[in-house]
Design a protein around this ligand. Structure first.
Ligand SMILES: *Cc1c(COP(=O)(O)O)cnc(C)c1O
Length: 434
């Protein structure tokens, strides 16, 4: 092909050349070629390769999560327990009558059994759950929130902004570090306010320490309006009956996590939470509690825009059934990772290092991640490799994502599925040959 700087290659010739280096659809390569020729005719070949490379890198791929962050927000949080068969699902089909049914019925019953809620519905994520609750139950009215809980959840998602979007007015209560029950009472009794809900938001991604005070759900439930608790992580019950002896007792990292069952028992009218954090399921958001309020959310026109796919519902159902069967530590990847013993991790790590003939076995600490259980960690074992080799690990055919500390690379085995140990072995062999 001509590299004459005055005469740029044709789009077609350049696209065909790109096809020798990239397995991307022709239409994508043509686009890369056209954009390169348009923007820098004299440097089109190199630029087109760059565009095609950038496109390949932007495609979503399967990776091995060796970061030790069990619910890694950039890696899709909770890994999925199963994959769709490719068949249709009975998502909105009543199997006994052979006509249209409800996609929420079974899941609502399962969540009720597990948390004591009267009813539940599922939307795309917890942010959507908050938007729906506020729009359906407080549009044009006021919602009381403690100043200590008026937070940014992540990715620029801020409680005051969500409130504004949903047409509810935020009434700030108390101060950043101290809010008392009488602060809520004052807001409720002020004649300027028309309070529809009190909202309690769990500060998942930070902790305030020192001279602080906040009001429990039990106290708040004495208010004359419904209390909505955004508990965040989707811990269903803080006694963890599903652990079933896999962990000796309720683990220490769960100590400060609010749970749906206890929040409802304490008097929250509704709880909202994510499906893909501690619950261990697919990305979704759950609204559970008082049936009248859940029904009002379900009947709102926004519900149609926020409803999850049939496959999401199926994954969630599988996960909830595992909770009922108490087989969570076997079936749900997050609970499986977090319940692995450090002895088993040390053995796996040693076996991998022996097989690869490279790396050192070291104790490391895993994090729960996704803003859950902030400030806590779980002991683990990993492999230390001298130097920062993250880039090489990312360029493998199944990329391995690791972390560095003090210039060295660490692969934490707690977040790696044992089926992928062979990938870690070949990754280490690859590094050792560089
Ligand atoms: C994570 C979180 C959210 C956002 O949930 P998504 O499912 O990511 O939309 C909202 N509130 C709290 C308290 C959270 O921890």
């Amino acid at each position: 092909m001509s590299t004459d700087p005055v005469r740029p290659p044709s789009v077609d010739a350049l696209a065909r050349e790109l096809a020798t280096s990239f397995t991307l659809p022709h239409i994508v390569l043509v686009d890369c070629a056209r954009r390169a020729i348009q923007s820098e005719p004299s440097n089109a070949i190199q630029l087109a390769h760059q565009f095609a490379h950038d496109f390949s890198q932007a495609l979503q791929v399967d990776v091995v999560n060796a970061t030790g962050v069990l619910l890694h927000s950039n890696l899709g949080r909770a890994p999925l327990p199963q994959f769709p068969t490719g068949r249709a699902t009975s998502v909105e089909f009543n199997m006994s009558k052979g006509e249209r049914g409800s996609r929420h019925q079974a899941i609502s019953q399962l969540i009720s059994l597990l948390t004591g809620a009267e009813a539940a519905i599922v939307v795309n994520n917890n942010a959507a759950a908050l938007v729906l609750v506020l729009t359906a139950l407080a549009n044009g009215r006021d919602v009381a929130v403690s100043r200590g809980e008026s937070v940014e959840i992540g990715g620029g998602f801020r409680i005051p902004d969500v409130m504004e979007q949903s047409g509810a007015r935020l009434i700030d209560v108390g101060t950043t570090n101290k809010t008392r029950y009488r602060d809520y009472e004052k807001a409720l009794h002020s004649r300027r306010n028309d309070i529809a809900l009190v909202m309690k938001i769990h500060p998942s991604n930070f902790s305030i320490e020192g001279f602080t005070e906040n009001v429990s759900i039990r106290e708040l439930s004495q208010c004359s309006v419904p209390v909505v608790a955004d508990i965040g992580s989707g811990l269903l019950d803080n006694t963890c009956p599903w652990l079933n002896g896999h962990l000796p007792s309720v683990p220490q990292w769960l100590a400060n996590e609010p749970a749906a069952k206890q929040a409802l028992h304490d008097g929250a009218a509704l709880v909202t939470f994510s499906g893909d954090k501690l619950l261990g399921g697919p990305q979704c958001g759950v609204i559970a509690g008082n049936k009248e309020l859940v029904d009002a959310c379900a009947a709102h026109p926004l519900m149609r825009a926020l409803r999850p796919s049939g496959h999401t519902m199926m994954w969630l159902q599988t996960v909830l059934l595992s909770y009922c069967e108490r087989s969570v530590c076997d079936d749900i990847p997050f609970w499986n990772m977090v319940s692995r013993t450090t002895d088993s991790l040390r053995t796996r790590t040693q076996d991998i290092v022996n097989a690869a003939g490279y790396g050192h076995v070291v104790p490391v600490t895993s994090l729960i991640g996704a803003g859950s259980a902030p400030g806590t960690s779980v002991d683990s074992f990993g492999i230390q490799v001298i130097g920062d080799v993250r880039q090489q690990l990312r360029s493998l055919s199944v990329p391995v994502i690791a972390r560095t500390n003090d210039g060295n690379t660490f692969l934490d085995l707690r977040s790696v599925h044992p089926n992928d140990d062979s990938l870690i072995i070949s990754a280490l062999e690859h590094i050792s040959q560089q």
